[in-house]
Design a protein around this ligand. Structure first.
Ligand SMILES: Cc1cc2nc3c(=O)[nH]c(=O)nc-3n(C[C@H](O)[C@H](O)[C@H](O)COP(=O)(O)OP(=O)(O)OC[C@H]3O[C@@H](n4cnc5c(N)ncnc54)[C@H](O)[C@@H]3O)c2cc1C
Length: 386
């Protein structure tokens, strides 16, 4: 067991940090205020730096690196803005991984190079109005008709909804209830019968578009089926890696809040001295640092296991649940350390607190992660319906 990053990993992390400080930080407040998505100019910079498609194979235009490098890059970008980390997240651990792992050669050739060149972002449509945590209750139906599927249904809270060019959509491929009938199709924006709902207004993560996906007799070519009926386990396997990306968003936000708090506590004076000299402030800083570091270790372990081909649901769920809760606590302490200024939009802390709040809900709630953890510990699955 070696807890150190390699020299290459350190250099990579530093390179992303420098980029985030120089190119991203000046834009972040404006993105939040105007609810503005990342533009193509910024995306081109990511491509130049090799931050798009980090773990995808080189033969399809990817960087041929590991999930661990995605985690390092997401951490550094989310430290400044989780919005800035989304292109790395989506093209590294997002639904594109389902195509990379389980797609046909034709699907890989059709989609992976377009993702790696920045031309296409693929987002995930799982949640439905009546199927959130109870995902296997989903009712979006894909019925075969000649060489197409006819899709009807509605997906909710899809990050990138309306903005992304393609969606990996979880559908029910047969009348069977529960996980057995579920598979996934790629559905491209512009396909007749596919429209979007209104843009959601969230408390945080502004600039990250989100909307419903609406399918009304939408005809999707059969060659777009990535995972067939009975493949729900495969979808969850790939989604476990996406969860690590979610956990790392929390880690990055918390690391950023910790650094802001250290800086502020050395600058702000009360009673004639820097507030970092008060033990009550020191204890808050120490608690924040311990929590951030513990989350980092949990995430790094789970990512290393995923790269070795032995992903652990237990370790991923622990990492996600802990990091999500941790970022809420750490950003809250950061606000306290900043006093009234932390509550003001002039400082970045209130945004960090708002941004931290989405991740414990997205990607499977922290309650559902705890159920996964308990199931692994007890060696049993607990049917939530009975
Ligand atoms: C920022 C953000 C981004 C998102 N991005 C996407 C996306 O890209 N694609 C997508 O498909 N979805 C996305 N979602 C949706 C997200 O996956 C769902 O919101 C989440 O799975 C919870 O579903 P729900 O909102 O219907 O809540 P519900 O499932 O209704 O849960 C409500 C509450 O009940 C609790 N609960 C439910 N069942 C149990 C149980 N058995 N035991 C204990 N507690 C339980 C939950 O933990 C929660 O606290 C996103 C959500 C957010 C907030």
């Amino acid at each position: 067991m070696d807890f150190r990053l390699t020299e290459e990993q350190k250099l990579f992390k530093q390179m992303v940090r420098n980029f985030a400080e120089k190119e991203i930080r000046p834009l972040v407040a404006g993105w939040d205020e105007n609810d503005e998505p990342l533009n193509d100019e910024i995306l081109q910079k990511y491509i130049k730096l090799g931050l798009i498609g980090i773990p995808l194979p080189e033969e399809y235009g990817g960087q041929g690196q590991t999930i661990f490098e995605v985690i390092l890059a997401v951490e550094e970008l989310a430290r400044v803005s989780p919005l800035a980390a989304t292109p790395v997240f989506e093209s590294g651990v997002g639904p594109v991984q389902v195509i990379n792992r389980f797609g046909t050669e034709d699907q890989k050739r059709r989609y992976l190079p377009r993702v790696c060149s920045g031309e296409l972002m693929i987002c995930i449509g799982m949640t439905e109005p009546d199927a959130g945590s109870a995902l296997t209750d989903l009712t979006t139906r894909a019925v075969p008709d000649g060489d197409h599927y006819v899709v009807n249904g509605r997906k909710r809270f899809v990050s990138g909804g309306g903005h992304a060019g393609a969606y990996l959509v979880y559908v029910r491929l047969s009348e069977e209830k529960g996980p057995m009938g579920i598979g996934a199709l790629i559905i491209e924006k512009g396909t007749p019968g596919f429209t979007f709902g209104k843009r959601e207004r969230f408390m945080g993560l502004r600039g990250m578009p989100s909307s419903d996906l609406i399918f009304d007799n939408c005809r999707v070519p059969k060659e777009n089926l990535v995972v067939g009926k009975g493949g729900f386990g495969k979808l969850m396997l790939a989604f476990d890696v996406e969860r690590l990306g979610n956990a790392t968003m929390s880690l990055g936000i918390a690391q950023g809040a910790l650094e802001e708090s250290l800086k502020y506590s050395r600058e702000r004076k009360q009673f004639g001295k820097e507030i970092c000299e008060f033990q009550a402030v020191q204890l808050m800083l120490a608690d924040m640092a311990m929590k951030v570091e513990a989350a980092r270790l949990l995430i790094y372990r789970a990512a290393t296991e995923a790269d070795r081909g032995v992903p652990s649901v237990l370790h991923t769920s622990m990492a996600k649940c802990f990091a999500n809760e941790m970022a809420k606590e750490v950003t809250d302490l950061a606000l306290q350390i900043h006093g009234g200024y932390g509550y003001s939009t002039e400082y970045p802390i209130e945004r960090m607190l708002r941004d931290s709040r989405g991740w414990p809900v997205a990607g499977g709630t922290v309650q559902i992660q705890r159920i996964n953890i308990a199931s692994a510990l007890l060696g049993r699955r607990f049917d939530q319906r009975r």
